[in-house]
Design a protein around this ligand. Structure first.
Ligand code: UD1
Length: 391
């Protein structure tokens, strides 16, 4: 009787957020040994921010393409990942390549796998906004990745519907929940258990509301001064909010934010903080002001409202659940909407009702189960049923 060889699954990641979201998948792949042989490949589109997350989640890459430069353009990232991945795939010979979401790492790695005729599994598949230009270039990235993908792991039923409406084969789309919740829930447990240093939160006054701020998206680069000026105004509100803002190292963000906010009372700018500290900061916040995608999914897990500094979101489930508000990135809107959320307690309590449409903490197990089902005839895992559909 012949025994099937282990399924060689390569997980590719390159930036901080895709690594946070792929880490639970790597853990689930490891747990499925010996039926699966995991191979971790990092492009290092980010360097320090990536290494920090790898360390937190105990992941040592098998392959590191080490592509980051301080002034990288999108073309630099794409070509360096494509060339590096060609060699990595030749060397590792995986049966399937997993990529995540919407980064340039993910699209270029998917293209490299497609050229090598290796099937692609797309984690966090099917998110869409109405325009290819927002967020830039992520919306184009995720659409391009979908075209190259064989196995689509949709976080929500809406994401699945998006894919089906693009004529994606129904048999190859599965709703798993979002792996970001797996990682967040696990990390929050570790934070609560103690032993994780949170220097960026030391000495905050618990009687004053804390607003956790992040901003880095390319389409907001031209708005960074507006966002920073708005934060300076907010810090002067009578509610005396305390702002904690870990500033992204990008040359389009860091000098602008520091130039405007250094020395402003009530504003604490920090270097990028590690993921565990980010989770602790969300937990300690009154609400979150951000243009991040992941925080829109994570903060509702802890019942924290999120003001989203974007005009479009690919995460409408959170708008419908009432935990997110889209406010754009103009000075006046940021100031007004923040004031409202600080002063209108009924609004705050509506937004703070904890309910998470994005996942139940078991997405990574479902992804691995589905791969074994599709490629090794294992049992099909149940799909994730979001709260509204589960009722
Ligand atoms: C990328 C992703 C974006 C994701 C974001 C999270 C694309 C197109 N964009 O954008 O979807 O939300 O990561 O941060 O893939 N830098 C460092 N050290 C680091 C990381 C970045 O110095 O560890 C600096 C470098 O100067 C680098 C710059 O930040 O050139 C920009 O990094 P890049 O990956 O090009 O873009 P992000 O804005 O981070």
């Amino acid at each position: 009787m012949s025994v099937a060889p282990p399924l060689r699954v390569m997980a590719v990641m390159g930036t901080r957020p895709d690594t946070i979201k792929m880490a639970p998948v790597v853990h689930a792949l490891r747990a499925a040994r010996p039926g699966i042989e995991p191979i971790v490949c990092v492009t290092a589109q980010h360097r320090e921010m990536l290494d920090d997350v790898l360390e937190l989640f105990g992941i040592v890459p098998d392959i590191d393409l080490d592509i980051m430069t301080r002034t990288q353009s999108l073309t630099d990232i794409t070509t360096r990942v494509l060339q590096g991945m060609e060699r990595a795939l030749e060397q590792a010979r995986p049966d399937v390549v997993l990529v995540h979401g919407d980064t340039t790492t993910s699209t270029a790695a998917a293209l490299a796998a497609f050229y090598a005729q290796i099937p692609v599994g797309h984690v966090e598949a099917g998110l869409r906004t109405s325009t290819i230009a927002e967020p830039f270039p992520e919306e184009a990235n995720r659409r391009l990745t979908s075209v190259l993908t064989s196995f689509h792991f949709a976080p929500t039923s809406r994401a699945k519907s998006n894919l089906l409406s693009e004529r994606t084969d129904h048999a190859h789309v599965v709703v798993t929940g979002n792996t970001v919740i797996d990682g967040f829930v696990e990390t929050e447990r570790r934070v609560r258990a103690g032993g994780i240093a949170t220097p960026s939160l030391d000495g905050l006054d618990p009687s004053r509301p804390m607003i956790f701020v992040t901003a880095h998206r390319r389409e907001n680069h031209g708005q960074m001064a507006d966002i920073a000026r708005a934060v300076a105004t907010i810090a002067g509100f009578p509610e005396r909010p305390q702002i904690v803002w870990p500033v992204h190292p990008s040359p389009a963000v860091y000098p602008v934010v520091h130039g405007i906010l250094d020395g402003v009372a009530g504003v604490r700018l920090t270097e990028p903080i590690n993921y565990a500290e980010t989770v602790a900061a969300v937990a300690a916040s009154y609400f979150v002001l951000t243009d991040s995608g992941g925080l829109q999914e994570e903060a509702p897990t802890l019942g924290k409202p999120v003001l989203v500094m974007r005009r479009e979101t690919e995460r409408p489930e959170g708008l419908e659940a009432g935990t997110l508000r889209l406010i754009g990135a103009e000075y006046g809107d940021i100031v007004d909407e923040t004031r409202r959320l600080l002063t209108d307690h009924a609004l705050y309590h509506r937004m703070a009702r904890a309910s998470n449409p994005y996942g139940d903490g078991h997405a990574a197990e479902r992804i691995v189960g589905w791969l074994l089902h599709a490629l090794r005839s294992g049992p099909a895992p149940d799909e994730f049923r979001p709260p509204s559909a589960a009722a």
